[in-house]
Design a protein around this ligand. Sequence first.
Ligand SMILES: [Ca+2]
Ligand SMILES: [Ca+2]
Length: 275
Amino acid sequence: MSRRHSLYARPLSAAVAAVAILGGTAAAAPADLAVPAPGPYTATSATLDDTYYQDALGKTGAELKTALHTIISDQTKLSYSQVWDALKATDEDPANPSAVVLLYTGRSRSKNDNGGNPGQWNREHVWAKSHGGFGTARGPGTDIHHLRPEDVQVNSIRGNKDFDNGGSELGSAPGNFTDGDSFEPRDAVKGDVARMILYMAVRYEGNDAFADLEPNDRVNNGSTPWVGRLSVLKRWSQEDPPDAFEKRRNDVIFERFQHNRNPFIDHPEWVGAIW
Ligand SMILES: [Ca+2]
Ligand SMILES: [Ca+2]
């Protein structure tokens, strides 16, 4: 059980420290969690490989997918209302702490401009929640690894379309394209989208109350628990490797909110090792 303790020590102690910084009353940590917290968001690939990913190293294919599923399923689940505040932290504009960066438009918008009206931002499900019908109960519908702030109207244009190249450029979000059955995000987040979809496929395997989510190479997947197109997502993941924003986001989710990671941000080569 030593692995589990080492996994929990970091995120929970960091969370306690965060409460203390914010002026909250932090309860005394249990003795086995009261280890010195590292600075925030300091995860390194070496320490993660020695702890978080140790049961996945050296594996490939279905064996790797199974090992990662077990590792990342150990998580805290947020409520849908908690997602608002979480996204304000995970997607904070590095140049403006009172704003978030919108996924598809790439624009910065005030954290307080969240809601359902035109001009506001809301919670985009990158794995469209109709694909598998998981809604917004605690689970895939509240998993912030694939939830991102987006302009209400651009979110509506993306709708539940699958991902593929092509279509007409969005006037409201230059660099993004759409046609009748697919959506192509701007180049800077193509890899982010791919890694979010593939995270969902590994995390949700049909052994809980929700569908087994999987990628396929089609569009028009409708309400089936599939999202396409896999061949395009694999290319996007290679063309747009993880950057500082995406890596920080993964660290913030791990240390402050869900206490699990997106393995494809830490190890992009695992995309090809599984698919
Ligand atoms: Ca990117
Ligand atoms: Ca799956």
